[in-house]
Design a protein around this ligand. Structure first.
Ligand code: ADP
Ligand code: S3P
Length: 302
């Protein structure tokens, strides 16, 4: 089909895919001028996942001639086009960036929710600096690891340092900050994060978190050392408890990125099929929704 349409117009077509089963097909401007072709496009986007993880999209396109608009359809068929997530991420960041106005992004969520992984992707695509609050704390405490800080100085010392780090970052713009899972508990931390920042919650099902943590081990996460059992069981038990304690705090975030919802939208059966880039795209979408709402409220004087 792609070849067929291109052949009729003698120019290549551009196909842009949206994420919510929508998209558009754009024809080269010169092609439109030269051929005086009015293109009527009806697109159908069932998302399919192939075994090599490259998504392809079926697209049905109908074209009719401009000079004889009522004329019959030139061609109908189906295109399988690669789903370029890096390009989609870039496009989304270009769309969101002007609304961001330099505001920093603070990622919150339970241990293993991907704050560091997704944060690095976001900082790179937005051209922001990336900070990991745990790493900054470790640097402040003479390079001691988080686990060692907990062991030697206790959790309250760690929390004090965490607040100091967030206070220091709060005066800066254009940062993507991966916070520690417990940063949401203290109100003062929210004041710092929201001073020049937007808080985004990565909401990941507990089983997926426990799987991720079990894959790398629990040694670097001292709060997971209280339970018995294998790493998966230990992580699942403790994370369930922590979510009960902190659920309300995470829900205060300006934007929520639910992996279950993204997987549903993309037609995946399991959240573990999602790539960090797909999660980063959704984070930008949710940030955009939040900023547009804020903008609307400011214009309405609310
Ligand atoms: N979308 C993802 N799918 C699978 N594994 C992931 C994903 N995001 C992160 N991980 C893995 O999970 C672990 C924890 O991720 P990380 O970004 O360090 O989380 P956090 O900073 O929230 O603790 C790492 O081993 C990372 O490679
Ligand atoms: O949930 C928590 O209270 C903690 C999460 C950890 O960070 P990650 O969420 O980056 O693992 C780290 O700050 C510390 O072990 C405490």
């Amino acid at each position: 089909m792609e070849a067929g349409v291109a052949c009729k117009l003698n120019y290549p077509t551009w196909i842009r895919f949206g994420r919510k089963s929508t998209g558009s097909l754009r024809f080269d401007r010169i092609a439109k001028q030269e051929h005086k072709t009015r293109v009527v496009v009806s697109a159908h986007f069932p998302v399919q996942t192939s075994s090599n993880r490259h998504r392809s999209v079926s697209l049905e396109v109908s074209c009719s001639s401009y000079t004889n608009f009522s004329a019959s359809t030139m061609e109908t068929g189906s295109i399988h086009a690669p789903y370029d997530e890096a390009l989609m991420l870039k496009n989304k960041s270009l769309e969101v960036e002007p609304y961001l106005n330099g505001h920093s992004i603070y990622l919150v969520g339970l241990m293993g929710s991907g704050k560091t992984t997704v944060g690095k992707i976001l900082s790179h695509v937005l051209g922001y600096s990336f900070c990991d609050s745990d790493t900054l704390i470790e640097q402040e405490v003479n390079g001691m690891s988080v686990a060692e800080i907990f062991k030697l100085h206790g959790e309250s010392f760690f929390r004090k340092k965490e607040t100091e780090v967030l206070q220091r970052l709060s005066s800066k713009k254009q940062l993507v900050v991966s916070t520690g899972g417990g940063a949401v508990v203290l109100d003062v931390n929210w004041d710092y994060m929201q001073k020049k920042g937007i808080v985004v919650w990565l909401d990941v099902p507990l089983e997926a978190l426990a799987q991720r943590i079990a894959a790398v081990g629990t040694h670097s996460r001292p709060l997971l050392h209280y339970e018995d059992g294998d790493p998966y069981t230990k992580a699942l038990k403790r994370l369930s408890y922590l979510l009960e304690q902190r659920g309300k705090n995470y829900a205060k975030a300006n934007a929520r990125v639910s992996l279950e919802e993204i997987a549903g939208k993309l037609g995946y059966r399991d959240v573990s099929d999602l790539t960090p880039t797909e999660i980063a795209i959704e984070a930008l979408e949710q940030i955009e929704v939040y900023l547009k709402e804020e903008d609307g409220m400011a214009i309405a004087g609310l």
